[in-house]
Write a protein that binds this ligand. Structure first.
Ligand code: AHR
Length: 505
């Protein structure tokens, strides 16, 4: 099949916020304990953090990380995780029916994040707690000295404040499963008052209010309208979540869920605009898509298990062996975030290690990259700069999730220095190669300097990276694409993801 597309230097969508490539990690399953933190592991550093996992994390160049939850945060007492580790209380985590040792708290996590070169984005408990505890936590983290909470932090060996600027006002508060779930007005008012308290700590603080847990919630999108009407002027972002399944093993329908996500973003952008107009507000609110990923491989088994188990500590939970199809999906979803980067400023892959994650780690054993690690890595490394509009004219298909879907999924990013253009492309067709003719306008001379491909070599869609075979899905050097006569042309094999980098002058 043939697809013609056009990209022009002047057809810009928006400057991409680097935080579009952020991540999320929760006290859940083996994400923290035996994921990033495992004293006694052969690679553990003096603080007990795994260096093998840290290396994989560093390879992703993650700008920001949301912590400590998730559902976990809605019954979490952050004070349980400070002070001498031996004195910390063991608690029951009501969200995942697990035992929380509190050996990792804010100071340990902050040390790890610093080592990893990642900025923290902290979530506040607005389930069982409220404004008072939120302001204490911010004071502990951000105030220099001379007050109860700041001096307590200093007595714990952290002289300098962390200066955390991103604060999430609870988690998935629309969900009846959430401990401390509230209705939209109740939550919107609490979020507004908490945001005011958090912002009192200084300029530069940004707050993120909870939008819908997904676009299938019965309260969506009325939830967003009601919540924003209560707090619009005091928030910078509204958070959205969405997880993706493919139980019917229908690749094309799976990929069509990316278009569905585009509509989700579009609808919430409309709600934001409506509330802004209604309130005659001056400020803008953007979208923070702070939980997204494929999540279905073990879902049924996992949801049965954890409801029955007897409060284990760091049990395996949601440990997905991601496959080739998932890698293509994740590459495509990141493309959608780039295409919507005028409205989506922050997005967090959920999660980072072991729990629905690009990185897996065996307790006491090895760590490896799952298939989705690579498209996420490429987007994070090369998807920074200005998003360009790509007009696509090619074959399309209809699916249950969306109609009129292009077989080609493409996004283009001009580097901040204007010296290179990166194209991310997926041929979604399970069985047909695509001849791509991408016309390049306004770029001067362009030279293909890098081409990496995932899939497209007959590897089956369900082939995954596992503990036994951690390298089955890996990028390899691509062939068959080149620049000629002002265009990037060549063949994208069936079921393949491509990173194409062009030098410009
Ligand atoms: O990421 C796993 C869980 O999914 C999070 O705890 C929650 O916010 C969402 O429902």
């Amino acid at each position: 099949m043939k697809t013609r597309a056009t990209v022009h230097r002047d057809f810009t969508i928006a400057g991409i916020d680097d935080r579009l490539y952020s991540a999320f990690i929760e006290h859940m399953g083996r994400a923290i304990y035996s994921g990033i933190y495992e004293p006694g592991h052969p690679t553990a550093n003096a603080q007990g953090f795994r260096k093998d996992v840290l290396e994989l994390v560093r390879g992703l160049s993650i700008p920001a990380i949301r912590y400590p939850g998730g559902n976990f945060v809605s019954a979490y007492k952050w004070e349980d995780g400070i002070g001498p580790q031996k004195d910390r209380p063991v608690r029951l985590d009501l969200a995942w029916r697990s035992r929380e040792s509190n050996q990792v708290g804010i100071n340990e996590f902050a040390g790890w994040a610093k080592d990893a070169g990642i900025e923290m984005m902290l979530a506040l408990n607005l389930g069982t707690r409220g404004i008072e505890d939120a302001r204490n936590f911010v004071e502990y983290c951000n105030h220099p000295s001379g007050t109860y909470w700041s001096d307590l932090r200093r007595s714990h060996g952290v002289e300098q404040p962390y200066g955390v600027n991103m604060w999430c006002l609870g988690n998935e508060m629309d969900g009846p499963w959430q401990i401390g779930h509230k209705d939209a007005v109740e939550y919107g008012r609490l979020a507004n008052e908490t945001a005011k308290a958090v912002k009192a700590f200084g300029a530069g603080i940004e707050t993120i209010v909870c939008g819908s847990s997904n676009d299938q919630m019965p309260t969506y999108p009325e939830w967003e309208r009601q919540v924003l009407e209560e707090c619009y002027e005091n928030v910078e972002y509204i958070s959205l979540h969405k997880y993706f399944g493919n139980n019917s093993h229908n690749s094309l329908n799976f990929f069509a869920k990316i278009e569905e996500t585009g509509r989700y973003i579009q609808s919430i952008a409309g709600v934001i605009d409506y509330v802004k107009a209604k309130k005659r507000a001056k400020n803008d609110v953007y979208i923070c898509f702070d939980e997204w990923n494929v999540w279905y491989h073990n879902r049924e088994q996992d949801s049965r298990n954890w409801r029955e188990w007897d409060w284990p500590e760091a049990p395996p939970l949601l440990e997905e062996d991601y496959n080739l199809e998932d890698a293509l999906f994740v590459g495509g979803l990141l493309n959608e975030f780039i295409r919507r980067s005028d409205r989506v400023k922050i997005a967090c892959i959920a999660q980072l290690v072991n729990v629905i994650a690009p990185i897996r780690a065996e307790r006491g054993g090895k760590a490896w990259a799952t298939s989705i690690y690579y498209p996420y890595q490429f987007a994070s490394l090369y998807g920074r700069g200005t998003a360009l509009n790509v007009a696509v004219d090619g074959p399309r298909y209809d699916a249950e999730a969306a109609q009129d879907v292009n077989y080609l999924d493409i996004a283009a990013v001009l580097a901040p220095d204007g010296a290179s253009l990166t194209v991310f492309a997926v041929n979604r067709s399970p069985d047909e190669a695509m001849e791509l003719d991408l016309a390049l306008g306004g770029f001067g001379n362009a030279r293909l300097i890098e081409h990496q491909v995932i899939g497209g070599d007959g590897t089956g869609p369900r082939v995954a990276n596992t503990a036994q075979e951690p390298d089955r899905i890996r990028p390899r050097k691509g062939t068959g694409m080149g620049v000629a006569d002002g265009g990037l042309r060549g063949e994208l094999p069936a079921f393949s993801y491509h990173l194409l980098r062009l030098a410009l002058n």
